[in-house]
Write a protein that binds this ligand. Sequence first.
Ligand code: CA
Length: 228
Amino acid sequence: MNPTVLIIEDEKDINYLLSKIAESEGCRTVSAFSGTEGLLACERECPDLILLDLMLPGLSGETLLRILREEKQLLIPILILSARSALRDRVALLKTGADDYITKPFEPEDVAARIQAALRRSGRLPDRTDFLSYQNVKLYPESRKVTVHDNEISLTAHEYALLLLFLQAPEKVYSRENLYELVWQNGYYGENNTVNVHVSNLRKKLREADGSGKEYIRTVYGIGFRMK
Ligand code: CA
């Protein structure tokens, strides 16, 4: 699920621009054009982040910020937008519970970066989709996480390296020599049994995590191993 950003800003052009910026960061957006509308939208939409203008008809941004933090006990990031103002106001707002303060006029890149940073700090960034997968197995190179049926499994460094190779080319047949050179990178394979042992451990972990008895790594007789 993409995070929802609620934009509370009475100037339509700015509200529109902010929603385009948030959408370009992979967020869903909801727009409100007054403080009271913003409060209702907040209760209705359960946003993951709020962009809040200060000068608003109805409830002011300051009042709304206080209501959201003190009465509603809302914990999501709230980023304040306002024309340049005194440092004193900024400090007071941060004390009331604003997470960040963006001065108008703003640069779209700056707003985008602050939205990203606030979502990351609060653990609400969209799930990264860059993973390798084959059937029920997923491998996330960035975090070195491996899941089967979305349950994380624990692999040794060598098992992980083997699985990465298999997932990069499920149809490719790797010889034992190939795998040894690519994973252990320390010279001649010879007659040793290292690759067999690690492949069989990896195979066992995948099979047990899958729970269906399915074999994820096949032996190609006389040649080596492949996934598909
Ligand atoms: Ca305004």
